[in-house]
Design a protein around this ligand. Structure first.
Ligand code: NAD
Ligand code: UD1
Length: 334
């Protein structure tokens, strides 16, 4: 299949591009580099020996994106491009609504115009809000607590309405739980700008000595050790889930949780990181982070059954690969 991957130089997109190419698909990447670097393209080429066609475009710009549809016989779109910082979305709501919603509308409009029938969308477990785990796809969604989450919930609704109105337009809404880890080569991984908000990039910066200590947000939740529990999934497993999703796309709207189905606490994660990598991660327990929930993990039976996909990599492999990538940062420039 000829697949347009928006945000294909980002964290999840780049790993997915690799898995698509390994499965013999042809990839065209559209990315405006707002949160990624062009050298990721070289790194993808180093790993798979194929250089995907790259367009440096903003996918909210319909004219620029249309050029891709006229130049290539696109057969499917995987839409990763988006802004993703929850905190930033509260201070810059318009940027988030504009970027994340207009991009979804531009792409779906062009899919209808050019007869592209397969659309895979990066959604998030955040659309569930605070509900009991394990979370099943069919539970009623609760209003999310921030503009970022709302852009995901709204994009899901927009795509659902379009698929309901256009029989041939098939959509897969993939709700990711907590993607972590990195490619085993150490070439590709998550490298956020500034001080990270998410747990794993923060832990790797502390282990490297770039940040003094991890602050653990609360140890008084009703969980195994009082710290928050999440469903961490290795980014390579997540990437493989996208290949399955686009290859097995049924008519209409298909919604899948992509997680492992297992919850891991912050302390369990930090202890695994220290044990596997033999490196210290100093930490301090502080107050809960506003907006956090105690526990969030997936019921993954639907993806397993319908997509024949299951996450395989363990927590030990996630922390190993995250640390391998962090250590190689700045050492390899291609
Ligand atoms: P990322 O920031 O690493 O990748 C996103 C990519 O999209 C970047 O390369 C960025 O430059 C590009 N981009 C953003 N806006 C664009 C635009 N208007 N035009 C062209 N390119 C644009 O993020 P990621 O972690 O790889 O996430 C990918 C998608 O998955 C996002 O939509 C995100 O919201 C969603 N998601 C991520 C997580 C997570 O924890 N990483 C969890 C749930 C959902
Ligand atoms: C975050 C996003 C969510 C997104 C999800 C997937 C927020 C509020 N929510 O959720 O929208 O879908 O990522 O990527 O950002 N923790 C610490 N110390 C830290 C960082 C985190 O103790 O410095 C704890 C958190 O309290 C939580 C766990 O680690 O219990 C995971 O946090 P994080 O990586 O930010 O992910 P989520 O909160 O699940």
């Amino acid at each position: 299949m000829n697949i347009l991957v928006t945000g294909g130089l980002g964290f999840i997109g780049s790993h997915t591009v690799i898995e698509l190419i390994k499965s013999n698909h042809t990839v065209v990447i559209a990315d405006n580099l707002i949160n990624s670097k062009i050298d990721v393209l070289n790194k993808i080429e180093t790993v798979v020996n194929v250089r995907p066609t790259f367009y440096q475009v903003d996918v909210t710009n319909e004219l620029d994106v249309e050029e891709i549809f006229t130049n290539h016989k696109i057969e499917g779109v995987i839409h990763f491009a988006g802004l993703k910082s929850v905190g930033e979305s509260v201070s810059k709501p318009l940027e988030y609504y504009y970027n994340n919603l207009v991009s979804t509308m531009v792409l779906s409009k062009l899919c209808l115009k050019y007869g592209v029938e397969k659309f895979v969308f990066s959604s998030s477990a955040t659309v569930y809000g605070d509900q009991p785990s394990p979370l099943k796809e069919e539970v009623e969604l609760k209003r999310t607590t921030n503009p970022y989450g709302e852009t995901k919930a709204m994009s899901e609704r927009i795509l659902t309405d379009i698929a309901n109105a256009h029989e041939k337009f098939a959509v897969s809404l993939l709700r990711y739980f907590n993607p972590v880890g990195a490619h085993e080569s150490g070439l590709l991984g998550e490298n956020p700008n500034g001080i990270p908000n998410n747990l794993m990039p923060f832990v790797t910066k502390v282990a490297k000595g770039e940040l003094p200590k991890l602050t653990i947000f609360g140890d008084d939740y009703d969980t195994v050790d009082g710290t928050g529990v999440r469903d961490y999934i290795h980014v390579v497993d997540l990437a493989k889930g996208h290949v399955k999703a686009i290859e097995n796309l049924n008519k209409g709207v298909n919604c899948y949780n992509l997680g492992t189905g297992k919850g891991t606490s912050v302390l369990e994660m930090v202890n695994a990181f220290m044990r596997v990598n033999q490196v210290a991660v100093p930490y301090e327990i502080v107050d809960r982070r506003p907006g956090d929930i105690a526990t969030c993990y997936a019921d993954v039976s639907k993806a397993e059954y319908e997509l024949d996909w299951k996450a395989e990599l363990t927590i030990d492999e996630m922390v190993r690969d995250a640390w391998n990538f962090e250590q190689k940062q700045g050492l390899i420039e291609l």
